[in-house]
Design a protein around this ligand. Structure first.
Ligand SMILES: Cc1cc2nc3c(=O)[nH]c(=O)nc-3n(C[C@H](O)[C@H](O)[C@H](O)COP(=O)(O)O)c2cc1C
Length: 151
């Protein structure tokens, strides 16, 4: 059987959130037996919804997720059943508004009825070593949930 596919989707202007996405990817890859792809929200295609598990992340923009991530969710609303039950992890960075941004993604993705991999990760500014360690740990949990689901 093919390895479960995990897509780590993110919006990032100056690289902080991208670094968090990379740490999640490292943790997921270290778990082994999964195919991990990192992708910007604006580069996502409809066929990417066929992946087995997802992480969605964004910088905080006016205390909310970035527009490109919200656009993706608007586009995927009509195919939302493809995400139902699939493991999903969320992550954000901000200058104080990272938790609000995380909550905004949580609310929207909740409409897709995923299987949550929690807690989500909300980091102030660029992720430090402790943040990256947490992100790797959660990436591993996401990979484990994806493998369990596709057994
Ligand atoms: C247009 C814009 C709006 C922002 N609004 C907020 C905000 O409301 N709250 C907050 O905490 N940070 C805000 N920030 C700061 C970023 O969320 C923060 O610096 C983040 O870590 C940047 O991530 P990135 O390097 O992945 O782009 C804003 C940044 C930009 C560019």
């Amino acid at each position: 059987m093919a390895e479960p596919k995990i897509v780590i989707v993110y919006a990032s202007r100056s690289g902080n959130t991208e670094k968090l996405a990379q740490a999640i990817a490292e943790g997921a890859k270290a778990s082994g037996g999964v195919a991990v792809t990192l992708k910007r929200a604006r580069d996502m295609k409809v066929q990417d919804a066929e992946a087995d598990a997802f992480a969605f992340g964004s910088h905080s923009a006016f205390e909310y997720m970035a527009g490109e991530l919200k656009n993706l969710f608007e586009e995927w609303y009509s195919i939302r059943s493809r995400l139902t039950g699939k493991p999903v992890l969320l992550f954000t960075t901000g200058k104080g508004g990272q938790v609000s941004a995380l909550e905004s993604i949580d609310k929207v993705v909740g409409v897709f009825n995923p299987t949550w991999v929690k807690p989500g990760i909300a980091t102030e500014g660029a992720p430090g070593e402790a943040d990256k360690a947490k992100a790797r740990e959660m990436g591993k949990k996401l990979a484990e949930a994806a493998k369990k689901k596709s057994k």
